[in-house]
Write a protein that binds this ligand. Structure first.
Ligand code: ADP
Length: 555
């Protein structure tokens, strides 16, 4: 701990709540800039909505949600239409205040006209969401799953999932919501922080009983009942990857603002807590993502009335210690050095590269007076190795798992440590999911035209340059129309009061403008094809422009 600041640079910085130190120029920080903001209930719902607009089937693991107060009329209207078309539909909705946690301020309603809703939302923005009425029950109780996910890198995207998680149980037997039981939090909300106050709460000293259990113990039970646990895991992995794909565009905007490319800065990683609810049919549904999941491995016990003591919680310890330990193993700078050394020998299949590689290593180790020259050569070589190694990486057989698994543990300082509990899922399964990364490419365009480093919003000149460089304006779409589009969309997004610190067009507004342009240009296609086509069009024009500029430079 550095309560009064630090003087020496560190390899790993472990921040308590969020990324907050702009004076870090090297090493790795355990938080991404802007993560807290990105996973807030409203921002997450917006990001998921954008993906649901593009890929409705792929993103049906997130309950239908509306943002209040701005979408109250839409919420009322859509529910009315759905009820009219299906009179047997008797929905329940859950209202969650933005920025709330631990079940704070959450309540259930049966109808948009509920007085509680109309009364409270003006003072506190919230998300209202379709309530999942038929959750999977164990011992007649509702429970949710907390899974730990390591976002190891944003660019390139690297995601790991912990092989075990926690299951947090309600403390009253579950009944489908009725007007009579809507307010019974111990029946409907699985939050540990709420249920701990129930007299039915059971602190267990084993991982498969009590009000908090390991997820693996639930899987064992499901498996013994004949459930397809493999499919369930694969659905969960897919949910996690898709959710992170929805979050990365916003994260990249924050990242370039706090840690501009080309300047010295740290790299970031972060442990996220995914809250997932299993439906009766075993479909996993995302409830929320926590940027700062609790890593406590103790709980309070009342020894005698009013006297509390912290005692170890074996279930928390089982899951959380492994997550922290393996996160440190994966980001260990010594490991990176060892891995790099391993890669130098492993990857260059081409014999010429191998020969140059060996030469360069020996040279840079032995010939210290040629350090500068050797550094230049090794940088060049790394570039070649990168080009040479990429295709061969794809051919690493499935069974060898992650690169780290491939390094024999007993040779390094990890001898005696258990095998990694964090399993790499991306880029491992990248091929299946890369087609979903359209908004990521839109964000790359946005960042490119932001201009001055350190900003997160696009000014009118930046937007005009984007239109001009991508050749999007023509006789049907004048530069005056471009300005009107910019003003209309920017004004609306800024009036929602998300971020008043900077003026200009935020990423979500740019995404909306981009979708608008795509719809205009490629009328008859489905939205995701419209957006993909416009992206290709823009990227093509920008590549041509870059080539032309390079030509001028050389000339
Ligand atoms: P918080 O950050 O306050 O914990 P959550 O979104 O996690 O907010 O919701 C709290 C609890 O409410 C969840 O743990 C879950 O038990 C329940 N819950 C949340 N959303 C839904 C939903 N759409 N359907 C059913 N239960 C839900």
């Amino acid at each position: 701990q550095f309560p009064f600041g630090r003087r020496l640079p560190c390899d790993i910085y472990w921040h308590g709540v969020s990324f907050h130190d702009n004076n870090i120029f090297s090493g790795q920080v355990n938080k991404f800039p802007g993560m807290m903001e990105t996973v807030r209930k409203i921002t997450l719902s917006r990001a998921m909505r954008t993906m649901q607009d593009l890929f409705p089937l792929e993103y049906n693991f997130y309950p239908r949600s509306w943002i209040l107060p701005e979408e109250l009329p839409l919420f009322v209207a859509e529910v009315r239409v759905m009820k009219d078309s299906d009179p047997s539909w008797k929905p329940t909705f859950i209202v969650k205040p933005d920025g709330g946690c631990q079940g704070d301020g959450i309540y259930l309603i049966k109808d948009p006209s509920d007085i509680r809703l109309t009364g409270s939302i003006q003072s506190r923005p919230a998300v209202v969401q379709e309530y999942i009425c038929k959750p999977l029950l164990v011992d007649k109780l509702k429970f949710d799953i907390r899974l730990y996910v390591l976002l190891k890198s944003l660019e390139p995207l690297e995601i790991y999932i912990a092989k075990d998680g926690l299951s947090r149980f309600c403390t009253e037997p579950y009944q489908e919501p009725t007007l009579k039981n809507l307010h019974q939090v111990f029946m409907h909300l699985t939050n540990y922080s709420l249920n701990i106050h129930s007299e039915n709460f059971i602190h267990s000293d084993s991982v498969n009983t009590g009000s908090k259990r390991t997820f693996s113990s639930i899987l064992c039970r499901l498996s013994s009942r004949g459930a397809d646990v493999k499919k369930l895991w694969s659905d969960i992995i897919s949910l996690v990857i898709k959710t992170i794909i929805a979050l990365t565009p916003e994260l990249k905007v924050y990242y370039q603002s706090d840690i501009p490319a080309g300047k010295p800065g740290p790299t970031c990683f972060q442990i996220l807590g995914f809250d997932i609810l299993l439906m009766k049919n075993l479909k996993p549904m995302l409830l929320e993502v926590n940027a700062n999941p609790s890593m406590r491995i103790e709980h309070e016990q009342e020894l005698s009335p009013g006297v509390f003591e912290n005692v170890p919680s074996p279930v928390d310890e089982e899951v959380k210690v492994a997550v922290i330990r393996d996160t440190l193993r994966l980001v260990d700078p010594q490991k990176k050095k060892r891995k790099d050394a391993h890669n130098w020998i492993m990857f260059p299949r081409d014999s010429l590269l191998r020969a140059v590689g060996a030469f360069c290593i020996i040279w840079s180790m032995k010939d210290k007076q040629h350090k500068h020259h050797s550094l230049k050569l090794s940088l060049k070589l790394k570039f070649y190795l990168k080009l040479g190694s990429c295709p061969s990486l794809e051919h690493v057989p499935e069974s060898s798992g992650s690169l780290l698994d491939a390094v024999p543990a007993e040779r390094g300082p990890e001898a005696g440590l258990p095998s990694l509990c964090l399993k790499q899922v991306f880029p491992k399964y990248a091929k299946q999911f890369n087609y979903l990364r359209l908004v990521d490419r839109v964000a790359a365009l946005f960042i490119r035209f932001l201009g001055v480093k350190g900003t997160t919003k696009l000014g009118p000149t930046g937007f005009r340059t984007f239109i001009r460089n991508c050749k999007l304006s023509n006789s049907n779409f004048s530069m005056a129309a471009v300005d009107i589009l910019y003003i209309d969309i920017t004004r609306r997004w800024n009036s929602m009061g998300i971020d008043h610190k900077e003026s200009g067009m935020c990423l979500q507004a740019f995404v909306e403008a981009f979708f608008c342009l795509a719809q205009k240009k490629y009328k008859s296609l489905p939205l995701h094809e419209q957006v993909a086509s416009l992206l290709e069009f823009c990227e093509c024009h920008l590549a041509a422009l870059a080539e032309k500029r390079l030509g001028w430079g050389w000339g």
